[in-house]
Ligand binder design. Structure first.
Ligand code: ADP
Ligand code: MG
Length: 145
């Protein structure tokens, strides 16, 4: 599905609707430039999974963890440039089958993302306007937010 959002709040609302449909074992694979809105969308997804935690960018920590009904691991692969470095992030250590991974900058680790992932690409259209494409899973095709 393709949507254009006109504010960060709208992207958060879309994220909330996506989050409500996620289940254990899902990987959300984000692509999109710095400032596109990946962390903003993650804020909504975490809310949609029933958590009230403040979501911050894991750029320096590489991974932030949110504990809830389903645990969420929010990765930022901005600084990761190869599959071998991925071993240092916890990506292969956390129990994906029991949790949900939300991964920013999958451009950097493309070959390591399973084809079963939910692919979310965000493009900057203008100051408050973003194009958001959700691919790889028809669960989200009729989403309303
Ligand atoms: P990323 O994680 O992709 O680097 P962030 O979510 O951290 O991006 O930052 C996106 C920035 O763009 C925030 O400052 C946010 O307020 C702003 N923004 C403006 N319009 C939108 C929109 N429609 N959707 C998401 N973010 C938006
Ligand atoms: Mg980010």
């Amino acid at each position: 599905m393709r949507v254009v959002t006109g504010s960060p709040e709208e992207t958060i609302a879309l994220g909330r609707a996506v989050g409500a449909l996620l289940k254990k074992g899902d990987i959300v694979a984000y692509s999109g430039d710095l400032g596109a809105g990946k962390t903003t969308m993650t804020r909504g997804i975490v809310q949609g999974l029933g958590m009230e935690d403040e979501v911050t960018s894991p750029t320096f920590a590489i991974v932030n963890e949110y504990e809830g009904r389903i645990n969420v691991y929010h990765f930022d692969m901005y600084r990761i440039s190869s599959g071998s470095e991925l071993w240092t992030t916890g990506f292969y250590d956390y129990p994906l089958e029991e949790s949900i991974f939300l991964v920013e900058w999958t451009e950097n680790i493309r070959d390591c993302i399973p084809e079963t992932a939910v692919f979310i690409d965000i493009k900057y259209l203008g100051e408050d306007s973003r194009e958001i494409l959700i691919r790889g899973d028809d669960r989200f095709d009729d989403i309303s937010y």
